[in-house]
Design a protein around this ligand. Sequence first.
Ligand code: COA
Length: 293
Amino acid sequence: MTSSPYFAPVNNSISTFKDNIFEGKVLFCTGGGSGICKGMTESIMRHGANAVIIGRKFDRLTEASRELSERTGRTCIPIQADVRQPQTLQAAAERTMEYFGRIDFVICGAAGNFMSPISGLSENAFKTVIEIDTLGTYNTVKATIPHVRATKGAYVHVSATLHYRGTPYQVHVSAAKAGVDAISNVVAVEEGPHGVRSNVLAPGFTSGTEGMRVMSGNKTNKTEGFSNPLGRFTEIHDVANVAVFLFSPAACYITGQVLPVDGGAEHLRGDFFPYPSSVVDPSSVRKLLKGKM
Ligand code: COA
Protein backbone atom coordinates (compact mmCIF):
# COMPACT_ATOMS: atom_id res chain seq x y z
CA MET A 1 0.00 0.00 0.00
CA THR A 2 1.33 3.48 -0.93
CA SER A 3 1.65 5.63 2.15
CA SER A 4 0.93 9.36 2.12
CA PRO A 5 3.74 11.54 0.73
CA TYR A 6 2.53 14.37 2.97
CA PHE A 7 2.30 14.69 6.75
CA ALA A 8 0.75 17.87 8.13
CA PRO A 9 3.19 19.77 10.36
CA VAL A 10 2.48 19.94 14.09
CA ASN A 11 2.26 23.58 15.20
CA ASN A 12 2.60 24.75 18.75
CA SER A 13 -0.12 27.40 19.16
CA ILE A 14 2.34 29.89 20.61
CA SER A 15 3.66 30.52 17.12
CA THR A 16 0.19 31.35 15.79
CA PHE A 17 -1.47 33.53 18.45
CA LYS A 18 -0.24 36.46 20.56
CA ASP A 19 0.95 35.15 23.91
CA ASN A 20 -1.20 37.44 26.08
CA ILE A 21 -4.65 37.07 24.51
CA PHE A 22 -6.03 35.37 27.63
CA GLU A 23 -4.37 37.63 30.22
CA GLY A 24 -6.59 37.78 33.35
CA LYS A 25 -8.92 34.99 32.16
CA VAL A 26 -9.70 31.81 34.09
CA LEU A 27 -10.24 28.36 32.56
CA PHE A 28 -12.30 25.61 34.28
CA CYS A 29 -11.45 22.27 32.65
CA THR A 30 -12.91 18.86 33.50
CA GLY A 31 -10.61 15.99 32.59
CA GLY A 32 -7.64 18.39 32.64
CA GLY A 33 -5.30 15.98 34.44
CA SER A 34 -4.20 14.17 31.29
CA GLY A 35 -4.31 13.83 27.52
CA ILE A 36 -6.08 16.26 25.23
CA CYS A 37 -7.61 18.33 28.05
CA LYS A 38 -4.26 18.79 29.76
CA GLY A 39 -2.78 19.86 26.41
CA MET A 40 -5.57 22.37 25.81
CA THR A 41 -5.14 23.74 29.33
CA GLU A 42 -1.41 24.20 28.77
CA SER A 43 -1.94 26.12 25.51
CA ILE A 44 -4.58 28.37 27.06
CA MET A 45 -2.33 29.05 30.07
CA ARG A 46 0.59 29.82 27.73
CA HIS A 47 -1.60 32.59 26.35
CA GLY A 48 -2.07 34.19 29.76
CA ALA A 49 -4.93 32.39 31.56
CA ASN A 50 -4.93 30.78 34.99
CA ALA A 51 -6.69 27.43 35.25
CA VAL A 52 -8.50 24.93 37.41
CA ILE A 53 -8.31 21.29 36.40
CA ILE A 54 -10.95 18.87 37.63
CA GLY A 55 -10.87 15.10 37.83
CA ARG A 56 -11.34 12.07 40.01
CA LYS A 57 -7.70 11.18 40.65
CA PHE A 58 -6.24 13.78 42.97
CA ASP A 59 -2.60 12.59 42.75
CA ARG A 60 -2.63 12.83 38.95
CA LEU A 61 -4.32 16.24 39.07
CA THR A 62 -1.83 17.58 41.60
CA GLU A 63 1.13 16.44 39.50
CA ALA A 64 -0.46 17.83 36.30
CA SER A 65 -1.23 21.22 37.87
CA ARG A 66 2.35 21.49 39.17
CA GLU A 67 3.68 20.73 35.68
CA LEU A 68 1.28 23.14 33.98
CA SER A 69 2.14 25.99 36.37
CA GLU A 70 5.87 25.37 35.94
CA ARG A 71 5.71 25.19 32.15
CA THR A 72 3.55 28.28 31.66
CA GLY A 73 4.37 30.58 34.59
CA ARG A 74 0.63 30.83 35.34
CA THR A 75 -1.35 29.36 38.22
CA CYS A 76 -3.15 26.04 37.89
CA ILE A 77 -5.01 24.50 40.81
CA PRO A 78 -6.31 20.91 41.04
CA ILE A 79 -9.83 20.24 42.32
CA GLN A 80 -11.06 16.71 42.88
CA ALA A 81 -14.60 16.14 41.63
CA ASP A 82 -16.60 13.50 39.78
CA VAL A 83 -18.60 14.96 36.89
CA ARG A 84 -21.30 12.37 37.67
CA GLN A 85 -21.92 14.07 41.02
CA PRO A 86 -23.37 17.56 40.46
CA GLN A 87 -22.69 18.70 44.03
CA THR A 88 -18.94 18.08 43.61
CA LEU A 89 -18.94 20.24 40.48
CA GLN A 90 -20.91 22.98 42.21
CA ALA A 91 -18.29 22.90 44.98
CA ALA A 92 -15.50 23.06 42.36
CA ALA A 93 -17.08 26.09 40.70
CA GLU A 94 -17.50 27.81 44.07
CA ARG A 95 -13.89 27.11 44.98
CA THR A 96 -12.74 28.51 41.64
CA MET A 97 -14.72 31.69 42.35
CA GLU A 98 -13.20 31.98 45.85
CA TYR A 99 -9.68 31.46 44.48
CA PHE A 100 -9.74 33.36 41.17
CA GLY A 101 -13.00 35.37 41.38
CA ARG A 102 -14.16 34.49 37.87
CA ILE A 103 -14.67 31.77 35.24
CA ASP A 104 -14.27 32.82 31.60
CA PHE A 105 -13.74 29.56 29.75
CA VAL A 106 -15.03 26.06 30.38
CA ILE A 107 -13.82 22.88 28.73
CA CYS A 108 -16.21 19.96 29.26
CA GLY A 109 -13.68 17.22 28.61
CA ALA A 110 -14.07 14.41 31.15
CA ALA A 111 -14.86 11.20 29.26
CA GLY A 112 -14.81 7.43 29.55
CA ASN A 113 -14.31 4.84 26.86
CA PHE A 114 -13.72 1.20 26.19
CA MET A 115 -14.43 -1.05 23.21
CA SER A 116 -17.35 -3.43 23.48
CA PRO A 117 -19.95 -4.97 21.13
CA ILE A 118 -23.56 -4.37 22.15
CA SER A 119 -23.80 -8.10 22.91
CA GLY A 120 -21.10 -7.75 25.58
CA LEU A 121 -22.19 -4.41 27.01
CA SER A 122 -24.22 -4.38 30.21
CA GLU A 123 -26.88 -1.77 30.85
CA ASN A 124 -24.66 -0.39 33.60
CA ALA A 125 -21.67 -0.14 31.23
CA PHE A 126 -23.73 1.87 28.71
CA LYS A 127 -25.11 4.04 31.51
CA THR A 128 -21.66 4.66 32.98
CA VAL A 129 -20.36 6.28 29.78
CA ILE A 130 -23.57 8.29 29.31
CA GLU A 131 -23.20 9.47 32.92
CA ILE A 132 -19.56 10.52 32.51
CA ASP A 133 -19.78 12.12 29.04
CA THR A 134 -23.34 13.41 28.61
CA LEU A 135 -24.59 13.93 32.14
CA GLY A 136 -21.10 15.09 33.15
CA THR A 137 -21.24 17.77 30.45
CA TYR A 138 -24.71 18.84 31.57
CA ASN A 139 -23.59 18.97 35.22
CA THR A 140 -20.54 21.04 34.29
CA VAL A 141 -22.65 23.50 32.31
CA LYS A 142 -25.16 23.80 35.19
CA ALA A 143 -22.42 24.43 37.76
CA THR A 144 -20.66 27.11 35.72
CA ILE A 145 -23.29 28.95 33.69
CA PRO A 146 -23.95 31.86 36.11
CA HIS A 147 -20.20 32.56 36.31
CA VAL A 148 -19.65 32.25 32.54
CA ARG A 149 -22.57 34.59 31.91
CA ALA A 150 -20.98 37.11 34.24
CA THR A 151 -17.79 37.19 32.13
CA LYS A 152 -19.53 36.68 28.76
CA GLY A 153 -17.30 33.66 28.36
CA ALA A 154 -17.35 30.50 26.28
CA TYR A 155 -17.65 26.71 26.37
CA VAL A 156 -15.73 24.12 24.40
CA HIS A 157 -17.15 20.61 24.63
CA VAL A 158 -14.90 17.72 23.70
CA SER A 159 -16.81 15.26 21.54
CA ALA A 160 -15.81 12.80 18.81
CA THR A 161 -16.52 11.92 15.18
CA LEU A 162 -17.55 8.32 15.97
CA HIS A 163 -21.28 8.97 15.95
CA TYR A 164 -21.41 10.53 12.45
CA ARG A 165 -21.52 6.94 11.18
CA GLY A 166 -22.00 3.55 12.79
CA THR A 167 -18.71 2.86 14.57
CA PRO A 168 -18.59 -0.76 15.75
CA TYR A 169 -18.11 -1.41 19.48
CA GLN A 170 -18.77 2.23 20.31
CA VAL A 171 -22.54 2.36 20.83
CA HIS A 172 -22.15 3.82 24.34
CA VAL A 173 -19.68 6.54 23.34
CA SER A 174 -21.54 7.32 20.09
CA ALA A 175 -24.79 7.88 21.98
CA ALA A 176 -22.99 9.85 24.70
CA LYS A 177 -21.18 12.18 22.29
CA ALA A 178 -24.33 12.78 20.20
CA GLY A 179 -25.82 14.02 23.47
CA VAL A 180 -22.82 16.26 24.12
CA ASP A 181 -23.21 17.84 20.65
CA ALA A 182 -26.90 18.44 21.36
CA ILE A 183 -26.19 20.06 24.73
CA SER A 184 -23.72 22.44 23.12
CA ASN A 185 -26.24 23.54 20.50
CA VAL A 186 -28.82 24.35 23.17
CA VAL A 187 -26.28 26.21 25.29
CA ALA A 188 -25.36 28.26 22.20
CA VAL A 189 -28.97 29.20 21.58
CA GLU A 190 -30.05 29.78 25.20
CA GLU A 191 -26.92 31.57 26.32
CA GLY A 192 -26.02 33.50 23.15
CA PRO A 193 -28.25 36.41 24.14
CA HIS A 194 -26.30 36.55 27.44
CA GLY A 195 -23.01 36.82 25.56
CA VAL A 196 -21.93 33.19 26.03
CA ARG A 197 -20.67 31.05 23.15
CA SER A 198 -20.64 27.25 22.98
CA ASN A 199 -18.87 25.05 20.45
CA VAL A 200 -17.88 21.42 20.05
CA LEU A 201 -14.42 20.23 19.23
CA ALA A 202 -14.32 16.72 17.78
CA PRO A 203 -10.82 15.22 17.74
CA GLY A 204 -9.97 12.28 15.51
CA PHE A 205 -7.71 9.50 16.81
CA THR A 206 -5.25 11.44 18.91
CA SER A 207 -1.69 10.21 19.46
CA GLY A 208 -0.47 9.73 23.00
CA THR A 209 -3.89 9.65 24.67
CA GLU A 210 -5.76 7.12 26.76
CA GLY A 211 -8.48 7.11 24.08
CA MET A 212 -5.92 6.03 21.44
CA ARG A 213 -4.61 3.31 23.75
CA VAL A 214 -8.12 2.02 24.46
CA MET A 215 -9.23 2.05 20.81
CA SER A 216 -6.14 0.86 18.99
CA GLY A 217 -4.67 -1.81 21.23
CA ASN A 218 -1.65 0.37 22.12
CA LYS A 219 -0.84 1.20 18.48
CA THR A 220 1.22 4.39 18.28
CA ASN A 221 2.71 4.08 14.80
CA LYS A 222 1.55 7.10 12.81
CA THR A 223 1.13 5.48 9.40
CA GLU A 224 0.72 1.74 9.76
CA GLY A 225 -2.66 0.68 8.40
CA PHE A 226 -3.93 4.24 8.56
CA SER A 227 -4.54 6.97 5.99
CA ASN A 228 -6.29 10.27 6.08
CA PRO A 229 -6.01 13.30 3.79
CA LEU A 230 -3.37 15.01 5.96
CA GLY A 231 -1.38 11.84 6.44
CA ARG A 232 -1.19 11.37 10.20
CA PHE A 233 -3.16 10.92 13.40
CA THR A 234 -4.40 13.96 15.31
CA GLU A 235 -1.81 15.36 17.73
CA ILE A 236 -2.71 16.98 21.03
CA HIS A 237 -1.30 20.27 19.70
CA ASP A 238 -3.78 20.22 16.81
CA VAL A 239 -6.68 20.13 19.24
CA ALA A 240 -5.08 22.65 21.60
CA ASN A 241 -4.59 25.13 18.74
CA VAL A 242 -8.27 24.93 17.85
CA ALA A 243 -9.31 25.38 21.50
CA VAL A 244 -7.18 28.54 21.67
CA PHE A 245 -8.86 29.78 18.49
CA LEU A 246 -12.39 28.99 19.75
CA PHE A 247 -11.83 30.88 23.02
CA SER A 248 -10.03 33.76 21.31
CA PRO A 249 -11.63 37.01 20.13
CA ALA A 250 -11.04 35.73 16.57
CA ALA A 251 -13.94 33.32 17.16
CA CYS A 252 -16.30 35.90 18.72
CA TYR A 253 -18.97 35.25 16.05
CA ILE A 254 -18.69 31.46 16.12
CA THR A 255 -21.17 29.57 18.27
CA GLY A 256 -23.21 26.38 18.02
CA GLN A 257 -20.63 24.77 15.74
CA VAL A 258 -19.02 21.35 15.66
CA LEU A 259 -15.42 21.42 14.53
CA PRO A 260 -13.77 18.08 13.72
CA VAL A 261 -9.99 18.10 14.14
CA ASP A 262 -9.27 14.88 12.29
CA GLY A 263 -7.19 15.77 9.24
CA GLY A 264 -10.23 15.37 7.00
CA ALA A 265 -10.64 11.69 7.90
CA GLU A 266 -14.41 12.02 8.21
CA HIS A 267 -14.75 12.88 4.52
CA LEU A 268 -12.76 9.97 3.23
CA ARG A 269 -14.55 7.17 1.38
CA GLY A 270 -11.55 4.90 0.94
CA ASP A 271 -13.80 1.95 0.13
CA PHE A 272 -14.28 3.17 -3.50
CA PHE A 273 -10.60 3.73 -4.35
CA PRO A 274 -7.42 2.60 -2.62
CA TYR A 275 -6.29 5.59 -0.57
CA PRO A 276 -4.02 7.52 -0.81
CA SER A 277 -2.42 5.65 -3.72
CA SER A 278 -5.33 6.45 -6.09
CA VAL A 279 -4.85 10.21 -5.71
CA VAL A 280 -1.05 10.18 -5.34
CA ASP A 281 -0.70 8.03 -8.46
CA PRO A 282 -3.86 8.13 -10.63
CA SER A 283 -2.26 5.71 -13.11
CA SER A 284 -2.69 3.02 -10.44
CA VAL A 285 -6.46 3.22 -11.04
CA ARG A 286 -6.21 3.97 -14.79
CA LYS A 287 -8.82 1.33 -15.62
CA LEU A 288 -11.39 3.03 -13.40
CA LEU A 289 -10.82 6.59 -14.63
CA LYS A 290 -12.57 7.77 -17.78
CA GLY A 291 -11.36 11.40 -17.68
CA LYS A 292 -7.88 12.75 -18.46
CA MET A 293 -5.21 12.06 -15.91
N1 COA B 1 -16.05 -3.81 28.33
C1 COA B 1 -17.34 -3.97 28.75
N2 COA B 1 -17.83 -3.40 29.89
C2 COA B 1 -16.98 -2.64 30.63
C3 COA B 1 -15.63 -2.42 30.24
C4 COA B 1 -15.18 -3.05 29.05
N3 COA B 1 -13.91 -2.92 28.64
N4 COA B 1 -15.06 -1.60 31.18
C5 COA B 1 -16.00 -1.31 32.10
N5 COA B 1 -17.16 -1.94 31.76
C6 COA B 1 -18.41 -1.96 32.52
C7 COA B 1 -18.21 -2.61 33.87
O1 COA B 1 -18.22 -4.02 33.77
C8 COA B 1 -19.39 -2.04 34.63
O2 COA B 1 -20.58 -2.69 34.27
P1 COA B 1 -21.23 -3.88 35.21
O3 COA B 1 -21.53 -3.22 36.53
O4 COA B 1 -22.46 -4.31 34.47
O5 COA B 1 -20.19 -4.95 35.30
C9 COA B 1 -19.52 -0.64 34.07
O6 COA B 1 -18.85 -0.63 32.82
C10 COA B 1 -18.86 0.38 34.95
O7 COA B 1 -17.49 0.02 35.10
P2 COA B 1 -16.59 0.55 36.32
O8 COA B 1 -15.19 0.12 36.08
O9 COA B 1 -17.24 0.18 37.60
O10 COA B 1 -16.79 2.13 36.16
P3 COA B 1 -15.83 3.28 36.52
O11 COA B 1 -16.69 4.43 36.79
O12 COA B 1 -14.83 2.91 37.57
O13 COA B 1 -14.98 3.51 35.15
C11 COA B 1 -14.53 3.97 32.85
C12 COA B 1 -15.60 3.66 33.90
C13 COA B 1 -15.23 4.09 31.51
C14 COA B 1 -13.89 5.30 33.15
C15 COA B 1 -13.49 2.83 32.82
O14 COA B 1 -13.94 1.83 31.97
C16 COA B 1 -12.11 3.23 32.40
O15 COA B 1 -11.29 3.45 33.25
N6 COA B 1 -11.79 3.33 31.06
C17 COA B 1 -10.47 3.65 30.56
C18 COA B 1 -10.11 5.10 30.76
C19 COA B 1 -10.85 6.02 29.83
O16 COA B 1 -11.95 5.71 29.47
N7 COA B 1 -10.27 7.14 29.46
C20 COA B 1 -10.87 8.10 28.56
C21 COA B 1 -10.67 7.70 27.15
S1 COA B 1 -11.58 8.77 26.05
